[in-house]
Design a protein around this ligand. Structure first.
Ligand code: EPZ
Length: 422
C-alpha cells in the first residue's frame, strides 16, 4: 500500500498563499542550536518530515525538544549527551551532516553515519571533511560511520574549491569554539548562511562577513547561550508557488517572501512573458502576455538561478513556444524530472548537463514518480496544468520540503488530494 497525490488539472488558481520558514535554513538551524548549553526557541519552523527526522535525532542526543505551537520549536541542550549518531533517522536526510560540525565544534568529537537525502547525482562531502581537518580534526570512515576527533580545534584559513552551502555552514559551526580566527574563502553566499550565522551570533558567536564570499569566525571562549530566532522565508517554496501562479493564475499573491532572494527567478519569468508586481514582501502574478517565450537557464550558486528551482521551472517551460535550454552547473545529473514530464507529453531531450525543452506541448495526466523533492514540485506544477488526473508516487520526497502543501493548494483552487493505492 502506498499513498499517492492526485491532481485534477486545468483549474485556475487565485487568492493568496503565505510562504513558510525556509526548509534549508531550518535543517541547519536545528543542529546549530545544540552548540550552546541553554534553550533556543526558533519560530517559523515548517511542518515537514525533515524537521521530524531532526527532532528524532535531537532526542537521541538527549536534547529536550518541545513544539510550543505549530511553528515554534523549543530546543534545550542542557542535558545533551554526545552519543554516536547511527540510527535510521540519520539516513533520512542529507542535513543530518550538520551534526558533524556542531558536535565536533562543541565536544571535539563526532561519530555519525553517512547522511541520506535526495539523489541528484554524486554529492561528495570532501570539502566539509577538508575543512574539519584544516581546523585540526582527524577524520576516519569506519563501518559506514564518520569519526571526527580533535583534542583542540584551532582556527585556520580555508579556501573552498566550490562555494558549497553545506561545507560553509558545517565549517562555520565547527569553528565557533576553535582557538583564534577561522577565515573561509570562497564561502557560499546563500541567504540561509546569513540566517545560521545570525542565530549563532545571537547565541554569542563572533561571525562576520556572512552573505559575502569571505566568512570570518573568531572562536568563542564562553559557552554559547540561548536566544529566540525567527527563520527567513523559504525562497524555494516561494519560487515554486510563483511558478504555479505563472502557470495557472490570472491574479495570485505570494506573500511573506523576500523578493531579493529570488531576483534571478523573477527576471526569468518576466523574460518569458509573465506579468507581475513585486512588493516589499510579496509578489503578485497577473498571468501572461500572450504565448510564453522560450529561454535559456544556467543554474548557479546564489545570487544566480537556484538549482532547486530549475526543476519546477522546467515544467513551466514545456508551455513556452520554441526551444528552451536548461543547463545545470551545480548538479549535472539533476534531470530525472524530465523523464517524468515526458511521460505527461513534454518533449525534453536530456543531454547532460542540459535539458532541451521543445514547446509548447499539451500535458496530460498520468502516473509519474517524484524521484526527488524538487522533481516532485515539478510534477505538481505539471499536474496543475495537465488535462485529466495526474497520480504522483513516492510523495514522501515532496513531504520532506513543502509545508501544508495540500491545504495551500486547495485554498488556491487546485483540485488536489491523496489516496492510498495498492
Ligand atoms: C544545499 O545542498 C541544499 N540543501 C540543496 O537543496 C541545494 O540544491 C544545494 O545546496 C545547492 O544550492 C540544503 O541546504 C539542505 P552544496 P548542499 O554543498 O549543501 C559540490 C533541496 O532541494 N560539493 O552547495 O549539499 C556538490 O556536489 C536541496 O532543497 C562537492 O564537490 O549543496 C555540488 O555540485 C537539494 N564537495 C556543489 O558542490 C563537497 O564537499 C554544491 O553543493 C560539497 C559539495
Amino acid at each position: 500500500m502506498e499513498e499517492v497525490i492526485k491532481i485534477e488539472g486545468g483549474h485556475r488558481l487565485h487568492g493568496t498563499v503565505r510562504i513558510s520558514g525556509s526548509k534549508n535554513s531550518t535543517v541547519a538551524l536545528i543542529p546549530a542550536c545544540v552548540l550552546g548549553n541553554a534553550p533556543v526557541t526558533i519560530y517559523g519552523v515548517p511542518n515537514i518530515s525533515d524537521v521530524k527526522s531532526l527532532t528524532v535525532l535531537l532526542r537521541e542526543l538527549n536534547v529536550e525538544v518541545k513544539q510550543l505551537d505549530e511553528e515554534t520549536l523549543y530546543i534545550d541542550p542542557t542535558h545533551m549527551e554526545n552519543t554516536p549518531m547511527v540510527s535510521n533517522a540519520v539516513s533520512k536526510l542529507r542535513a543530518s551532516y550538520y551534526f558533524m560540525g556542531a558536535l565536533l565544534g562543541k565536544y571535539g568529537h563526532a561519530q555519525i553515519k553517512m547522511p541520506g537525502g535526495c539523489y541528484l547525482g554524486p554529492r561528495p562531502i570532501d570539502l566539509h571533511l577538508k575543512g574539519f581537518e584544516a581546523l585540526g580534526a582527524t577524520v576516519k570512515y569506519e563501518h559506514g560511520c564518520y569519526i571526527l576527533h580533535a583534542d583542540e580545534l584551532v582556527g585556520n584559513r580555508i579556501f573552498l574549491d566550490i562555494p558549497s552551502v553545506g561545507a560553509t555552514i558545517n565549517i562555520m559551526m565547527a569553528a565557533v569554539y576553535a582557538k583564534g580566527r577561522t577565515v573561509i574563502e570562497n564561502a557560499a553566499r546563500e541567504p540561509e548562511i546569513i540566517d545560521i550565522a545570525t542565530l549563532l551570533n545571537k547565541m554569542g558567536a563572533r561571525i562576520t562577513g556572512m552573505g559575502t564570499s569571505t566568512l570570518t569566525i573568531d572562536g568563542s571562549v564562553q559557552p554559547l547561550k540561548g536566544c529566540f530566532h525567527e527563520i527567513i522565508p523559504d525562497r524555494i517554496e516561494a519560487a515554486t508557488y510563483i511558478i504555479m501562479a505563472a502557470a495557472m493564475a490570472d491574479d495570485m499573491v505570494i506573500e511573506n517572501i523576500i523578493p531579493q532572494h529570488i531576483e534571478a527567478i523573477l527576471m526569468k519569468l518576466e523574460e518569458i512573458g509573465i506579468k507581475m508586481k513585486v512588493g516589499t514582501d510579496f509578489v503578485q502574478i497577473y498571468g501572461r502576455e500572450g504565448e510564453l517565450r522560450p529561454t535559456e537557464i544556467l543554474t548557479k550558486p546564489y545570487p544566480g538561478f537556484a538549482t532547486d528551482v530549475q526543476q519546477p521551472f522546467t515544467a513551466l517551460l514545456t508551455q513556452a513556444k520554441g526551444q528552451s535550454i536548461v543547463t545545470e552547473t551545480i548538479y549535472t545529473e539533476r534531470f530525472k524530472h524530465c523523464y517524468e514530464l515526458n511521460k505527461m507529453g513534454a518533449d525534453i531531450d536530456v543531454r547532460i548537463p542540459s535539458g532541451f525543452i521543445n514547446g509548447s506541448t499539451p500535458l496530460s495526466g498520468t502516473s509519474v514518480v517524484a524521484t526527488d523533492l524538487r522533481c516532485g514540485a515539478a510534477l505538481v506544477v505539471a499536474g496543475l496544468m495537465a488535462d485529466g488526473i495526474t497520480e504522483i508516487h513516492d510523495v514522501y520526497h515532496i513531504d520532506r520540503g513543502y509545508d501544508h502543501l495540500d491545504e495551500k493548494l486547495r485554498s488556491l483552487g487546485a483540485v488536489f488530494w491523496r489516496e492510498t493505492v495498492e
